[in-house]
Design a protein around this ligand. Sequence first.
Ligand code: NAP
Ligand code: SF4
Length: 694
Amino acid sequence: MSAAEKILPGHAKYARLFTPLDLGHTVIKNRSIMGSMHTGLEELPDGFERMAAYYAERAAGGVGMIITGGIAPNPEGGMTVKDADGAELFAASKLQNDKEVAGHAIVTKAVHDAAPDCKFVMQILHMGPLAYNDLAVAPSPVKSRIGAFAPAELDEAGIEKQIADHANCAAMAKKAGYDGVEIIGSAGYLLSTFLVKKTNQRTDKWGGSYENRMRFPLEVAERCREAVGDDFIIVFRIAAMDMLQGGMSWHEVAELARELEKVGVSMISTHFTWHESAVPTIATMVPRAAFTSVTGRVRQEVSIPVITSNRINTPEVAETVLADGEADLVSMARPMLADSQFMAKAAEDRADEINTCIACNQACLDHTFGGKTTSCLVNPRACHETLLTYEPTQAAKTIAVIGAGPAGLAYATVAAERGHKVTLFDAADEIGGQFNLAKLVPGKEEFYETLRYYGKMIEKLGIELKLNTRAEADMLSDFEHVVVATGISPRVPDIEGINHEKAVSYVDVLKGNKPVGKRVAIMGAGGIGFDVADTISHDGLSGALDKAVFAKEWGVDFDNHPRGGVTGVEPEVASADREIFLMQRKETNVGKGLGKTTGWTHRLTLQRRGVKMMNAIDYRKIDDAGLHITANGQPDILDVDTVIICAGQEPLRDLYDTLESNGVSVELVGGAYEAAELDAKAAIKQASEMAAAI
Ligand code: NAP
Ligand code: SF4
């Protein structure tokens, strides 16, 4: 830290997090890294300008080092993106020539202008068998379970080309103004497929023994070092625990780390998992800092700095990990999406103002893997910095926001931040609306953080909060503008016997207001049907809160580190003593509509707990005998004690209709606007955009 830099209260509180790291040729000002995340901007025509704004805002927010989303060293290592006429575009997602250097230079200049002391590192990502193009290459022609194409086996000349292309890419990154590169050697991408026997079946000098399997990644690292000289950061990302049956043993991980140090890597970054593995490593149900002990072991093997990551989302957790000696630096990718000012707030001891990443993946990785621009559920400005701006208003209004659920909270805070005078009403005795239900679901405890954030913002921005107050039209005449965010009411399907005592609403079940029997039918298999099934099939402590429980549930052995961390370790199913039927009318597979990157974890969890998933169901009636259905054209009676209704929602918009007919300046937002599309992501985004425009 330079003498001129102000010592802030957070520097003492998070002393290790704010300790600079001297790499010899350069200094990283603190121990925080914004880890690599593909943004989807890389492929857009105005992508460089948008990336410039996105990364510069984070650099200005105080992070020590930023690592970009993956950039391919050549066409075969990347994504094939086609324009409207079907022509292939590679310009933004690869770095191979001077023309592409010019684009990247726009981003590096913006970052260094915003924060000259923030290190900006470009990730070199060769996707290998996961490349979305028919040029895909790999050590052996083994198609990944999740790959789109069978890769071609590299011959000797092809291997040399891949190594040379990595070195060239690193040199180009230096030319573009980056401070370093990160080479990704994990996750099932090219370099990692050389390391593991199931994807490297070669018998030449690039396969067979572990020494031979390490040859390619080591050669890439060494040639990159030669290409960039000594005064340039090279981070190498390894799979410290790949979560693959038959994956890398601990001894192989340790040996790779030691060899990487010898060939001149500046830092080792520990990654956990390959994308194809069946253990969640970043979702909400993963405990915070679950994997840092593995990084700690890698740290014992080398003398260069080691970076840890995964589910570290507060300065407190980061500080603890560093204090425990488990890492030299902490990488937080999604937390920096959620709040670009994460480190600045920590520095000023304002951590309670951090908009915390809740690990939902709904707007970041689900978008990335769905081909959409990345964003963030709790911060819709992420990756949209040039499009969604919260400018101070020139005409402050008095605004009443009715409803303190996600939409109302987002509207109120953005409008107040812009200078409007906001009063926020809610009939309940606490803010949060549907978030208060979500936080009760095992593994969704992070929602408490969102409520803490909004509570703090209400206080800080001077929003007048009126709880226990059901706003009526005649109470709102003094306001210049009214925003109705009254949310939803659970849909009550029109089925005979829906008022039978066996039928209960998901609200009463999640709040614990109504008992749930031993045999249960869940009517509706959307996000909430799954949440309810999870809650009532669950036996004991949430894995998200306890690493040992998580390890048992997912079959991971952190202590003995068998191959991949999982080989031979059976998941221990912690299911409640209940028979559960989860049903929908649609013919599609149950759970098909869940998030792309987390849906599989929910489906797998419930399958392991024996929940019976039924599609194409017709509900006929509920009576003392149970739930009468037609399944596959056959009538049946499920002899259940409880039928939990999770059949979606209806908008609550009576107040809006009244105000509108009275000629009041009024807007409708969130679930009250469109219950069919109701989810927190849509509600917060819509509300933020509206509040940015008022
Ligand atoms: P939802 O996702 O729309 O699902 C509603 C379910 O009810 C569907 O399974 C639907 O399936 C069924 N249904 C609809 N009308 C019905 C009727 N008249 N009779 C019987 N069944 C009916 O709604 P939700 O589960 O309440 O979730 C609300 C929102 O919160 C959604 O946007 C959801 O994505 C979000 N959420 C997300 C998560 C998450 O983890 N990402 C978790 C919870 C909630 P059929 O029509 O096929 O029967
Ligand atoms: Fe975190 Fe969810 Fe935002 Fe992704 S979308 S950064 S997981 S809060």
